[in-house]
Design a protein around this ligand. Structure first.
Ligand code: GAL
Length: 373
């Protein structure tokens, strides 16, 4: 939109210059007067959410977490005064090349801001360059860009922000959920070592790496002896996880814990152990992350030991707040974080309430007030 305004004014400078040729004014004088009036028009014109075009690109629409996030973000933006027809949300279908193409299209369509859930967090420098060259502020969500790119935002003072969680915290909480159960209750075969499976998300993903590492480290730090019997990439997907766990059970039929990097994979693991005749929650402890409805119901039923709430409601709100701050040309930080919350049978009902009814926690209220200032 800004580009179009510029083009119209450039044409009028040209016409004015031709007309001025017939009068006393020089072309230089006309140009400088017109430039001054362009500047003051632009200064006066304060953008409102209703004028703003937002482009959002999600790495994969069928990812459960991202689909909850994108719906919440849309709802939140509309509540903040953005017009639904000005919000374009596209699916990168797990292709970095396709994501780049879509971002170019969004820029050409005149978006004022980009929200990107990157397909490849090691290639975000390309995304950052694209947005910065076009003069469009950029908000990354959920998948943290690599450190080299982030350092550049700081050093070059770029209008780029990442909104998400610290995956180390999720891993540490997963380990704590298991250690809280007590070693003697989890070490079913009584050999003094905890035998586990690790069902991981996608390769080359910060959530996968840190959740995997910190969950096991938490047990080691609690003084537990641990042994990994099997691991595999479930790619955040229920069916892939069920396949991975079914295969692992053929070799190792009695794992004591199954760590899953997210809840859809925890549900896949639950299916696999149940089909193999194990009683989840008794013979084997399963732990996930995200706090999806299905996982929370299984926690309440005693089949899944716990999960870690990945608060998409809060993350969507932070994203809307950041967009508004860029719009108002305020100072925006390069990172806004959301804390993970430990979920077990004790608080699963409360978290269910939050995700089912959008019920507000006092923490949510604080965040809203913060952004309203
Ligand atoms: C994680 C989330 C997963 C999956 C992944 C995609 O934060 O826990 O369920 O959505 O992001 O990168």
């Amino acid at each position: 939109m800004r580009k179009k305004l510029f083009e119209v004014l450039t044409v009028s400078v040209f016409i004015a210059a031709i007309l001025a040729g017939c009068s006393e004014q020089s072309i230089e004088e006309v140009e400088s007067e017109t430039a001054a009036s362009v500047a003051s028009t632009e200064e006066e014109k304060e953008m409102t959410p209703a004028d703003m075009k937002v482009g959002v690109c999600i790495y994969k629409f069928s990812d459960v977490y991202m689909s909850l996030f994108k719906e919440e973000l849309k709802k939140d933006l509309v509540k903040a005064g953005f017009r639904e027809e000005n919000i374009t949300i596209v699916n990168a279908a797990v292709s970095h090349g396709y994501q780049m193409l879509q971002l170019k299209k969004l820029i050409n369509a005149g978006v004022d801001i980009l929200v990107v859930n990157p397909v490849n967090t090691y290639k975000t420098a390309e995304v950052t360059d694209l947005a910065m060259d076009a003069g469009v502020p950029l908000v990354y969500v959920n998948r943290e860009p690599d450190a080299a790119d982030e350092i550049r935002w700081e050093n070059d003072n770029l209008s780029v922000t990442y909104i998400g969680c610290d995956a180390r915290q999720a891993g540490a909480i997963q380990g704590k959920i298991i250690s809280d159960l007590g070693f003697e209750n989890v070490d079913k075969n009584g050999d003094g070592v905890l035998q586990y499976f690790m069902v991981k998300g996608e390769k080359d993903n910060a959530d996968t790496y840190f959740r995997t590492r910190y969950s096991v480290d938490a047990l080691k730090n609690a003084g537990w002896n641990v042994e990994q019997l099997a691991d595999g990439n479930g790619n955040w997907d229920k069916n892939v996880s069920e396949f991975v766990v079914t295969k692992a059970l053929e070799e190792n039929p009695a794992p004591e814990v199954i760590f899953c990097n997210n809840d859809t994979m925890a549900i896949g693991a639950l299916e696999a152990v149940s089909k193999a005749g194990l009683v989840a929650g008794q013979d084997v402890q399963i732990v996930g992350a995200d706090a999806f409805e299905g996982a929370l119901e299984n926690i309440l039923a005693g089949k899944i030991a716990g999960t870690v709430f990945n608060n998409y409601v809060e993350q969507a709100r932070l994203t809307t707040g950041t967009i508004l701050s860029y719009m108002k040309k305020q100072n925006v930080a390069h990172f806004y974080g959301s804390d993970y919350v430990k979920v077990t049978k004790e608080n699963a009902e409360t978290i269910l309430g939050i995700i089912r009814d959008g019920e507000k926690t006092s923490e949510d209220e604080e965040i809203q007030t913060e952004w309203a200032q």
